[in-house]
Design a protein around this ligand. Sequence first.
Ligand code: NDP
Length: 676
Amino acid sequence: MSVRDVASFVAGEWVAPDTGARPIESAITGEVIARAGQAELDAQAMLTHARDLGGPALRAMSFHDRARMLKALAQHLDTHKQALYDLSFDTGATQKDHLIDIDGGIGTMFVFASKGRRELPDGTVYADGAVEQLSRHGTFMGQHICTSLPGVAVHINAFNFPVWGMLEKLAPTLLAGVPAIVKPATATCYVTEAAVRLMLDSGLLPPGALQLVCGGLGDMLDHLTCQDVVSFTGSAATALKLRQTPAIVQNSVRFVAEQDSLNASILGPDVQPGSEEFALFLKEVTREMTTKAGQKCTAIRRILVPEGQVQAVITGLSDALAKITIGDPRAESTRMGALVSAAQKRDVLERAALIATEATRVFGDPDHFTVEGADKDKGAFVPPMLFHCADPDTATHVHDTEAFGPVSTVMGYRDAAHAAALANRGQGSLVASLITADAQIAREITLAIAAYHGRVYINNASSMKESTGHGSPLPHMVHGGPGRAGGGEELGGIRAVKHYMQRTAIQGSPEILSAITGTWIPGGREITGPAHPFTRGFGELAIGETLHTAPRVVTSEDVEKFAHFTGDTFYAHMDDEAAARNPFFPGRVAHGYLLLSFAAGLFVQPDEGPVLANTGLDSLRFMKPVVPGDSIKVRLTVKAKTPRNDDYGEVRWHVTLTNQDGDLVAEYELLTMNAF
Ligand code: NDP
């Protein structure tokens, strides 16, 4: 069998492995199938290439340009994913595992592409949060903004997800406008290399946006600056070593770590054998123990159950695990493949032996199990192993030893507080799950464990059909955990993008802030357009373009008519004396919705034109009551514009209603969809 040369992509060139190459084995046969690595990596050239070429090219694109690029990349990978599936079997993964790694990675990219278009502006500056009023008359204000770091993101990834592990970091990085150097774990880097080749060959990425190191990273970390980011996934020991690199410490380089995690799953005290929740619990635990042969950072390592249910859970899990066919991952009948390598198998068995010093193995014998269609002794196969720890309070290894394979320990708890205390013994985990139908128990346990966990997953019969699974980090939700889990945070929607940007507090006049953010801020410069703004296309409208309407008097007949027409005869609009008893009103007042309707009547231009639809209204506030006889007028200003496609985009208008004294009566943001 030929040995595959896995190359690195260094400063725009593919560099083959050389005398510094490391051998890579098949997880199924133990044979050397590939080699990767260079004796000397030109790390400086890679960093310079990324900073000088990739960064400027990405930063010249808007968030929407980058989001469109991500979507096209995800589509390209999706079209060619069979090639990635074919390669991935040698990592020990089954087709079901590929769906998590390869399809999961591509799906994550699609989500960031979509969120980038929906939640970020079509510019390069992200306004983070609302404008802060720093002065009495509104001439001096504050706004937080996020801008792209001009450095490079170094992604050091774990062996267990060669595709998802890369894409879940790459998508937010590119969306932030930052180039990436990806260093996959050597054991499975041939799959990552194939995915990187697909992305580079697509021609969708600007030069310098993506480079790859297969093998050692050389002295790259020694050359990082305060504008660079390291995002690491792997063991706590490696994380500890790398985060102490002098350049990283001296330059305060952001170091995001996602490392070991002793995740727990808790069977609620309310759940009885025979119930839907009990079956759900067994299913989730079995799945988490055996998917990717337990090589998942989110896998369930500790199974916490009420003391009275320990035996029922062990019996139920043993029955389910007995049905797991172990074997050649290519075979459709195989439910669990191999660990990634013989070295990893040794590691898992050693750690399982450590756990066995405080717990009894109740299922799975690594010396006696069956492997279908592959050589048990040559491949890195292990059976699922279930332990029972009778004294989880005094035990320590079960709470701090991560056997990175299909290994998990059942422990009994006395009550909800004890369950939470045991879950927290993990000293910081990525995720804990709780199966309960009781909302009060869910609240009690969640509040007791949230500070120790990055994610809490609660499931029961009402949500199980649509639930996403204990072990699945979702692009929308944060992934990462405190303490042992590394103290880092990834994903979580647009939060992930901000990890590659600098947040800066900007203070100045509304006009200055508007110019910087590209969003109109109340008090900023108003522009008078050449025609009514409703007659102007999306592309023609300028930020700050403003319409001031004529005033309109609100009469008691108007209020009366509106009340009877809509049925809103609330006393404050109908009964002068009753309204006057209300501390907010001087007497009978106009309906707020009447004012909004009159406002529309004042600012609308009725002809068919570029305004296609009114799609919403945000942040509505009524500040001052309007009584019959008052008059109102409207100011309508283009606050922000977000293209949706080539035909139309969303216009966000800032609207204020003022009375005859110039007092603010109401304020809101109106959303319309406007044709180009
Ligand atoms: P490592 O920590 O050894 O490796 C993780 C990554 O770091 C790999 O890309 C590795 O590259 C790289 N790396 C290692 N040393 C250096 C270095 N000196 N400089 C730069 N990069 C380096 O973890 P493994 O992948 O070997 O897994 C070991 C254990 O870690 C597992 O058994 C498991 O317990 C834990 N783990 C936890 C995960 C989690 O998310 N909770 C995920 C994966 C692993 P290379 O492969 O080339 O050495």
